[in-house]
Structure formats: C-alpha cells, structure tokens
Design a protein. Structure first.
Ligand SMILES: C[S@@+](CC[C@H](N)C(=O)[O-])C[C@H]1O[C@@H](n2cnc3c(N)ncnc32)[C@H](O)[C@@H]1O
Length: 190
C-alpha cells in the first residue's frame, strides 16, 4: 500500500513560497496520497492539492508513523521505510543556519512516531518529499545525486544564493518548483 505523505504546516502564513512547494508535492506524490495538517484557514487552492485538515498531526495519534527530521539518528532506507503508513514532513521554510525547527516544533510532539533523516543537509519541503518518494520506490539515498548550495542568476549583476541541498536531474540541474524559480527571479526586494 502506498504511504500517506503528511505535510504539517508550521509557518504562520500560507504564502506563495509555501504554495509553490505544496503544488510540486502534489505533482510528486498525487493528491490522493497527500494530507496538509495544522491548517487553520484553508483555501480552494490548497484543497485542490490534497486532503486539508485543521487538526495538527500532533493530536491525531496515528499508528505506523515516521517523521522526517534532519536531526534524527538513522537514515531512511528502502527497507526501513516499508512498515510506515504515514510519512510526516515539516511544512517549514528553509532557514540558514538551520534552527532545528523540525525537532523543536514537530518530532518531539508526535508520540509513538519514529524519526529518520535523509542526509544531514537541509532540503526544502518539496525536495524532502521528492527524496522520500524515491526511497519509497526503492532507490537508496546514496544513489540520488544532490548538490549542496546553489546560486540562481537573476540578471547580469544579481544572483540569489540558496544554502540548501537539491536533488539533481539527469542533466545535473537542481530540481525545484518552476513557479518558485520564476517568483525568485522576478520578485523585487531579494
Ligand atoms: C526546509 S526543511 C526545514 C528544516 C528546518 N530548518 C530544521 O532545521 O528543522 C522542511 C522539512 O523537510 C524535511 N527535511 C528537510 N531536510 C531533511 C533531512 N536532511 N532529513 C530529514 N528531513 C528533512 C523535514 O521534515 C523538514 O521539517
């Protein structure tokens, strides 16, 4: 049976950056296998992407649950992921240096859940789902090509540094939401 991916939204708002990532997550795992939890005020746009719940995953008491946390001790593998029905990922935007928000705001409150990492470097929420989904499909983390820290050229002078880890496509380009890429390149004030 396919696992359910749960995105526990932990940002104060459901801003454009979160929505671009959430849209890509729905493309990766499909809307029938995706829950968004801890959503006080839902939107039609979010409801088009998956099942939306006001309740936090912290109070749902789900069984066979695993939290993805960069601070966890064990690496997620195609074998150890098998028993889990629910895979929980933080709806947390990247920060640098990482503030360990997953541990502080999520892992410790999901009683009975096991915790795993996918390497020690920070992926965005959508890329964490991409990596976990690859592992669920049988690819070990060590076989997935990644690049730590990328720079996005905005114009001849400016670029934006993103100090996170990115899976690479077969041409060696970092994977990310196309809408987010466009937003970063065109938004004023970066
Ligand atoms: C952008 S990360 C937020 C990380 C946050 N800065 C922290 O230090 O916890 C968003 C989510 O993706 C998942 N994630 C990202 N990188 C991960 C890693 N290396 N191992 C496990 N989970 C990861 C976690 O569930 C995390 O809450």
């Amino acid at each position: 049976m396919k696992p359910i991916y749960i995105i526990e939204h932990l940002e104060p708002e459901l801003g454009p950056w979160c929505m671009f990532e959430y849209e890509r997550i729905a493309e990766i795992v499909g809307k029938d296998n995706l829950w968004f939890t801890n959503i006080p005020q839902s939107t039609k746009e979010l409801e088009a992407l998956g099942i939306v719940k006001k309740e936090s995953v912290k109070t749902m008491h789900l069984q066979n649950t695993c939290v993805l946390d960069p601070e966890a001790k064990e690496l997620l593998t195609p074998n150890n992921v098998k028993p889990y029905q629910y895979l929980i990922i933080g709806g947390i935007l990247g920060d640098y240096p990482p503030k360990k928000r997953t541990t502080k705001e999520l892992t410790q409150f999901v009683k009975g859940a096991d915790a795993y990492h996918i390497g020690k470097k920070q992926f965005s929420t959508d890329n964490a789902v991409y990596i976990v989904n690859q592992i669920v499909k049988g690819t070990p983390f060590t076989s997935i090509k990644t690049k730590y820290k990328i720079s996005i050229k905005v114009d001849d002078i400016a670029s934006i540094d993103l100090p996170y880890c990115y899976p690479l496509d077969n041409k060696g380009n970092p994977l990310m939401s196309h809408k987010l890429l466009h937003y970063l390149k065109t938004k004023e004030g970066f």
